[in-house]
Design a binder for this molecule. Sequence first.
Ligand code: NAD
Length: 328
Amino acid sequence: MQILVTGGAGFIGGHIAQSVVEDGHDVTVLDNLDPYYDVGIKRHTIDICREAAQASDGSYEFVEGDVRDADLVDRLVAEADVVYHQAAQAGVRTSVDEPRKPNEINVDGTLNVLDAARDGEIERVVLASSSSVYGKPEYLPYDEDHPTTPVSPYGVSKLAGEQYARVYNEVYGLPTVSLRYFTVYGPRMRPNMAISNFVSRCTNGKPPVVYGDGSQTRDFTFIEDIVDVNRTLMTDDSADGEILNVGSTGNIDIHTLAEVIRDEIDPSLELEYGEQPTGDAQHTHADVSKATELLGYEPSTEIREGVSQFIDWYQDNRDWYEPLVLQS
Ligand code: NAD
């Protein structure tokens, strides 16, 4: 199959691209190498995917370009059987500082992808949405019918993107699926996230700094589970037109997460506390029963096991990855 991964030099898109190219598919990645975190990780990801293509029957082409460029998106989507649209201004905190940017990239960019696919023969457009669309919990865990009241510009932009996808499905019959990811982590993760930050500090003998009192809870979801559900959607049409939660097996508060990481790396460290940034949701917790029912989604990596795998990866890749975390 011919697969287009927008944002495929980034964390999640890079893992999807690597996985499908390893299986012998032809992959094109569109990514503008946005420097909001160090592009060294993205160049590393591109190299890994190129090597994977050489070792498989698949092919890999990297196109440096912008999802806001409608002509370019038209051309690339026209050649694709499946599009994994991951490109975005990701991250809640950046969006609080620059509230217009997620609208330009996440909303206009998504419309470019959907519109390019509208008249084609495309098998499926899979969109990366986010638990950030929920915002304030009225009950937990969130099911997909929970009200959406995002508390950041980023959350608003992801909500608009998935609603456009739903409408393109209803009005034009475009096969779309939106996946609401819940805090994804794993090798090559964005360096500005809690897990990479805690691991980096503990590895360097510094205490992890927990924002607020650490009572915030998250469904940390291991990257392999996210790749698996995206891979299922390559050929499975049972969820066309749907919006699905994809979370993890267990919910954990940030304080406990910091302790788990601290205990594995350096139990002598005392946790420290800092101010909680604006725009962060207090709790996220996914009810994944809809994804389980429609796609057989079963998150398999429990947080302690996933964190342990990430720590091993971190130690093996410390020479190039750690400087990027420290500067983020
Ligand atoms: P990421 O920042 O690592 O990846 C996004 C990629 O998009 C980057 O490589 C970036 O260069 C690229 N990009 C940004 N603007 C672009 C543009 N205008 N044109 C082309 N490419 C552009 O982030 P990620 O963590 O891999 O997130 C992937 C997707 O998943 C995003 O849509 C994000 O909103 C969503 N998501 C991620 C998480 C998470 O925990 N990581 C949670 C919920 C949703």
